[in-house]
Design a binder for this molecule. Structure first.
Ligand code: SR1
Ligand code: MG
Length: 428
């Protein structure tokens, strides 16, 4: 893993005591918060793996100020990480806002030297993981996320972009090396051997972990998927589209935190999201006061997984038919020759390939969140370790099926049936 990072001498981490003084001169920020900076109230709320996050409230309004630290917050200064990830996050937010308006927080100010983005504060929203833990349904979740993925992934690909824009953008995001390196190792390799930073619920999961790490078919497929992530630069990905990167309120859903943005396979974002929905499904046992209490909620989560794929598929198909103006599958070759049916066949083939990738990436995400460094709150907050291990083992076993059998699984209904069967199976 690359462990070097040069820090700009002008860079200084913000603190609750210095933020107002340091940002008061930024016109866009003062305009949003109110000119009287003595009235600005600031708190640090970052609970993610990497950055500082401040909420600042003034007389006129509020903002979130997110600043990259020169190291991985989760691990500490022993793991340096370049500040330039804020640059990639900013550029990804701008593109996503353009491709699916209203779905990402509005950017108010970006300071590249200070690796800091000031953006809209979503005061009514909570992280989606919190809803899953509480057992709360979120209105229009699958619709919002399915549309977001279809629009950003289609419009950021060579199905939509011209060659000059596309190549320039590919070059720009190719600089997001260290975050890519994190994904390559933490997601695709570390879970499958005894890597230094790994952890799992022990001793309960020791048996299944040994089984998975000795599973040749799984290890080969995991590297095939890693190869697709590294080499198949189909589109600009969000790059970290899990339930911690989605904020929800009664009537609004936003996608945040695209600092892992890079060009990669379309199925990577879709699979990561579906993998997180499936893990939230298996985690429910750990959050119900009595067995079965959350049966209908569990089913609701599976419905979200089915619908997110069907919304993605139908919006992607709509865009294919109406916005296919890029480098690939030009209309001049198909519709303009009277070969619209061939364009439809090509669409089906592309969707089938995205589906296979999606299942594989979903399974890999389910493994790395249970075996690797970065775990998820839905499982981590189950305090009874035996109960937690049961939820985790079911997710691990379904994950394995998704990775290894992805070529044979055809529909989300099949995946849901597998999840239901796994949920009722006795484990550990
Ligand atoms: C060291 S960073 C660990 C994880 O946190 C981020 O949210 C990404 O998911 C990354 O893999
Ligand atoms: Mg994040």
């Amino acid at each position: 893993m690359n462990r070097t990072a040069a820090i700009d001498p002008a860079y200084k981490p913000l603190s609750v005591d210095t933020l107002a003084e340091r940002l008061a001169g930024v016109e866009a920020i003062a305009a949003r918060l109110g000119a009287d900076r003595s009235a600005w109230r600031c708190r640090e709320v970052g609970d993610g793996n990497l950055n500082l996050v401040f909420i600042v409230e003034g007389r006129a309004g509020s903002l979130v100020v997110k600043q990259a630290l020169p190291y991985v917050r989760l691990v500490g200064e022993s793991w340096p990480l370049p500040l330039k990830r804020a640059f990639f996050e900013y550029h990804a937010l701008v593109r996503q806002a353009d491709r699916d308006p209203g779905r990402v927080p509005e950017v108010v100010h970006f300071d590249e030297k200070q690796a800091c983005i000031a953006m809209e504060y979503l005061s009514r929203h909570i992280i989606l993981r919190r809803s899953f833990i509480a057992g709360d349904r979120v209105a229009r979740l699958s619709e919002a996320l399915g549309l977001f993925m279809a629009r950003t992934l289609f419009r950021g690909s060579d199905l939509s972009m011209d060659t000059a824009t596309r190549k320039a953008d590919l070059t720009l995001f190719a600089g997001n090396v260290e975050l890519c390196d994190i994904t390559e190792n933490l997601v695709f390799s570390d879970p499958y051997f005894e890597a230094e930073m790994n952890r799992h619920t022990t001793p309960q999961l020791d048996g299944v972990v040994a089984e998975l790490r000795a599973d040749h078919a799984l290890k080969i497929e995991a590297q095939h998927l890693k190869s697709a992530f590294c080499s198949n630069a189909e589109t600009l990905l969000h790059g970290d589209l899990h339930s911690g990167s989605v904020m929800v309120s009664r009537d609004d859903i936003r996608v945040i935190d695209p600092e892992f943005a890079v060009y990669g396979p379309i199925g990577f974002d879709v699979g990561m999201l579906i993998g997180n929905l499936l893990m939230a499904y298996f985690a429910q046992r750990g959050h119900e006061a009595q067995a079965g209490e959350r049966d209908t909620y569990r089913e609701w989560i599976l419905d979200q997984a089915c619908e997110v794929w069907s919304v993605f598929e139908s919006e992607f198909s709509r865009l294919w038919r109406t916005e296919r103006t890029g480098i690939l599958y030009q209309r001049t070759l198909y519709e303009d020759q009277g070969h619209a049916l061939a364009a439809e066949a090509a669409l089906s083939q592309r969707l089938a390939a995205i589906w296979r990738d999606t299942l594989g990436f979903a399974g890999i995400e389910m493994h790395r969140r249970i075996l690797g460094l970065a775990h998820i709150a839905e499982l981590e907050e189950i305090t009874d370790e035996d109960l937690r291990a049961g939820c985790e083992e079911r997710a691990l076993r379904l994950g394995r099926q998704l990775v290894v059998n992805r070529g044979a699984l055809r529909t989300m209904n099949e995946i849901c049936a597998l999840a239901r069967a796994m949920e009722t199976e006795a484990v550990t």
